[in-house]
Ligand binder design. Structure first.
Ligand code: ZN
Length: 181
């Protein structure tokens, strides 16, 4: 996606007032940037994407997916979550996977990074990590209500619908690299 399509504009301003002084925010546009500035105290109101982290857990060349029960209900995703403001990205992922799957994981390298623009109210940057080892009694929790390992043929046969378009790109890359079937 072109970043022109996702810039802040008069039509998609999520915030109207300055968090510092309550003054009115106005749109300031330069050639390369589009951002909000307070008309009173002149502070720039920076808006940055949130960071999401996801764990690629593979067994017998099948990938672990979770069915969601809150946002994107009944859609599936690679188990993931947000990094809290004060939190290390890897620790956030280990915490999220414990909450959503009850598995204890050992992270390997970063497999992929994508910008996610599918939700205009919350842009994110997603980081997908490969998982070296996992153990424990797998049980769905938090906003995941079912968990299973899938090959891409099973994903197709069972009409699995993905919550996030970038998960589909990551799956394609995993197939191309021979990591999943
Ligand atoms: Zn202000």
């Amino acid at each position: 996606m072109n970043s022109e399509d996702t810039k802040i504009s008069k039509d998609n301003m999520r915030y109207k007032f300055c968090p510092h002084c309550g003054g009115k925010l106005s749109l300031e546009e330069t050639l390369s940037l589009s951002r909000l500035q307070c008309e009173d105290c002149k502070k720039i109101f920076y808006q940055n994407p949130a960071v999401g982290v996801a764990a690629i857990i593979i067994r017998d060349k099948k990938i672990l997916l979770g069915r969601r029960n809150s946002s994107y209900r009944d859609m599936w995703c690679i188990p993931c979550g947000y990094v809290e403001y004060y939190e290390d990205a890897r620790e956030a992922l280990i915490r999220e996977i414990k909450e959503e799957t009850n598995l204890d994981i050992k992270l390997s390298i970063v497999f992929d990074i994508h910008s996610n623009f599918h939700n205009s109210a919350q842009h994110t940057v997603g980081i997908w990590f490969l998982v070296d080892e996992f153990r424990g009694n797998m049980t769905p929790g938090d906003d995941i209500e079912a968990l299973d390992f899938f090959s891409t043929a099973e994903i197709k046969a069972q009409n699995i619908v993905f919550a996030f378009p970038t998960d589909v790109r990551v799956l394609d890359d995993l197939v191309n690299r021979g990591l999943i079937l």
